[in-house]
Design a protein around this ligand. Sequence first.
Ligand SMILES: Nc1nc2c(c(=O)[nH]1)N[C@H]1C(S)=C(S)[C@@H](COP(=O)(O)OP(=O)(O)OC[C@H]3O[C@@H](n4cnc5c(=O)[nH]c(N)nc54)[C@H](O)[C@@H]3O)O[C@H]1N2
Ligand SMILES: Nc1nc2c(c(=O)[nH]1)N[C@H]1C(S)=C(S)[C@@H](COP(=O)(O)OP(=O)(O)OC[C@H]3O[C@@H](n4cnc5c(=O)[nH]c(N)nc54)[C@H](O)[C@@H]3O)O[C@H]1N2
Ligand code: SF4
Ligand SMILES: [Mo]
Length: 724
Amino acid sequence: MDRRTFMQVTGAGAAATALITQTGCLKYFEKGTAQEAAPTVVPTTCEVCPNKCSVLAVAEGGVVHKLNPNAESPRSRGMLCARGNAAIKQVYDPDRIKQPLIRAGARGEGKWRAVSWDEAWDYAAKKLSEIKSKYGPEGTLWSSTEGFQEVFFKNLGLALGSPNIVRHPTLCLASVNLAYSATFGTVPAFDMENADYVIMSGANRFEAIIIPDTMDLIGSVMLKKAKLVYLDPRFTVTAAKADHWYPIRPGTDLAFILAMINVIVGEGRYDKDFVATYTTGFDKLSDHVRQYTPDWAEKETEIAARDIVRTAREFADAAPRAVYYAGRRSSWYTNDFQMRRAQAILNAIVGNWDREGGMVPNAKISMGEYLFLPWDDPKAGRVDEIDKNFPLSAKGDGAYLKLRENVLSGQPYPVKGWMVYKQDPMNALPEQAKTIKMLEQMDFVGVIDFQMSDTAWYADVVFPESHYLERTDPMEMMPGIWPAVVYRQQVVKPIHDTKPNLEIIQGLAKRLNVSDYFDYTMKDWVEAQAKDVPVENAFDYLQKHGVVTTGGFPKYGTTLKPDHRFITKSGKIELFSDRLQESGYDPLPVYKPPVEPQPGQFRVVLGRRAYYTHANNTNNPWLHEFAPENHLWINPDPAQRMGIQTGDLLEVSSKVGTVRIKARVTDEIRPDCVFMLHGFGKRSQWQKLAYDNGASDAQILETAWDQVSGNAAFHETFVNIRKV
Ligand SMILES: Nc1nc2c(c(=O)[nH]1)N[C@H]1C(S)=C(S)[C@@H](COP(=O)(O)OP(=O)(O)OC[C@H]3O[C@@H](n4cnc5c(=O)[nH]c(N)nc54)[C@H](O)[C@@H]3O)O[C@H]1N2
Ligand SMILES: Nc1nc2c(c(=O)[nH]1)N[C@H]1C(S)=C(S)[C@@H](COP(=O)(O)OP(=O)(O)OC[C@H]3O[C@@H](n4cnc5c(=O)[nH]c(N)nc54)[C@H](O)[C@@H]3O)O[C@H]1N2
Ligand code: SF4
Ligand SMILES: [Mo]
């Protein structure tokens, strides 16, 4: 497909509808299904973001020609977004990593020696073994982001005896997950399709695509005219589709929510039966929120008290078909947990739990499991000392920023080997200078990626994984309102000397004497998984269809029985939480005002646009057409005062770094904030389109984290700006 055709089908063409243009979504292939597909069509699963949309890949002569959506998926339905479509370009990127590489110059210098797989494995295993003998297995760190083959990577770290597995949640959604778990004992889904009233704090669903929520919102908000109230210091595409957009003062959403609770409780608009039957701590909540009046919240949020009162009344009246949507990336502020918990409490008191158009416990369908040899628990504690620092958080995922601090200080013990899978810590962590320091103090760094990320650029060994279109992965059960099992299978043979992660891990395991734990093939693994999938000849079915679901969803009300025990300490929905109190945290959300920028300073806020995933595909030439570089969004008021015009080159400095980036003067952002898109200003020269193009937000963002979950707090950075 040429560029012009791509732009047309993915919605950038002039003929596309307004919605498609803005979301970058592709909805025109609704009727393509696996059964109708020609023999060269392989059902598989997209790997370009966490959504895992179902794909029908069209290949001929070992070349992928086109990716179409697979409408059999109850989750992604007939949608494959611009990023998903453009994955073809990743396969045929001339600057991909084509064979294993060993560093030949200084770290970050970009000098490489192409080597055989044996040499790469031998070299890495020798280094990891040396580190293990000198510092113990805890001297090795294993960091990764979600993906269907992530399990093998994590397992190698665990089989070696390292407690130091660190995953992406504390850069992404750890605080929201913990807040809902602390309240309901679980993290629910939101029935956006059937909701009549939706409030969103900066969950930019028409650009930051989450399926099925994005498609459900298109249905409910755009077609059925459900009411959408959207709070964001930026005017996003979601703001454009909302009934009310409030450019809230950053960091004050908790004040807005507490004032809503104040109105709903004060006016007796909560669901009294539900609160009495299913929750605990209402009286304490009621006393607690008395101080948080709408007039008080107006001063904090800059949203008029009358608008807060109206929103509270409308929300309570629309309940249970009303949701305060949880959002996904909750790595914002240092009090993020409490802000998300207040949302959970607000949802609880209007009784939208497990109701159509409300919040729904995530449903699952069954899937088998391959039983591999278990290993002993690691002897050492985690280097991030998570038990001590974040006693309530998910232990297995670690706390990334605290971990980096401890590794840098060598406390409580040295960590000298770092293996990275499907992650780019150089860009995903704030304060890049610290990440570089951490890379530099390692005796060994190994990266498994399909392209030369900034982190790979600083590695000692780079293991090229085959692209998702070139490999078969484990199946995955995607829980939700419409749960499904999805399968990723090879569409074309690898075009370079690359391997799937399982084989990369097995090569290392053999040399590290832990092969026994990896004594299986991908086929063994997926066959075991397919065994319990509730469809006849499940393996065969998944090969033909790529996705399995069962009828009977959505299911509402399964937990609405007065004797239902929620997985909380009290067995009820905890408005007041003893567990939080016992751990030294506020048992009810207490508002603390955000830190203010000094005069002349701006707060940096982050967010997605529809055409890029993180720092992952800013080098994709098709996507590059949508946004060839990033700009600093700045409001016309300060811009005028500072004599800044669109296109002017700016120097942007925080306490930890300085970048240069061009201005975009726009009233789509508050005067006290600036915004830039992630994934530009790369250091890796192999990513030609993103290298030294625009600026990297990771270089100026400061290190801060949420107190309860340890989640990164990415919106706590203030910058000074100067025209160059
Ligand atoms: N500054 C800043 N930091 C952020 C964010 C932000 O917006 N701004 N967002 C945060 C959030 S919400 C998240 S989830 C994290 C995401 O952080 P990361 O997980 O680091 O995100 P990506 O940029 O997608 O990087 C993934 C890397 O995996 C590689 N990759 C992709 N597919 C495959 C594959 O199939 N196999 C292998 N081996 N490698 C693959 C890509 O080439 C890329 O180098 O970042 C967080 N950090
Ligand atoms: N196209 C695309 N889609 C994606 C991804 C992607 O990379 N690209 N990544 C996926 C992943 S891993 C994630 S985690 C999700 C993230 O999806 P979202 O959770 O929607 O997160 P962001 O897009 O980062 O949007 C955050 C918004 O919050 C606003 N904001 C900043 N501060 C405040 C504040 O104080 N109050 C309020 N109310 N708003 C504020 C920002 O301006 C921004 O618009 O998207 C997923 N979908
Ligand atoms: S939303 Fe787009 S990038 Fe993400 S899985 Fe679906 S098609 Fe792929
Ligand atoms: Mo994320």
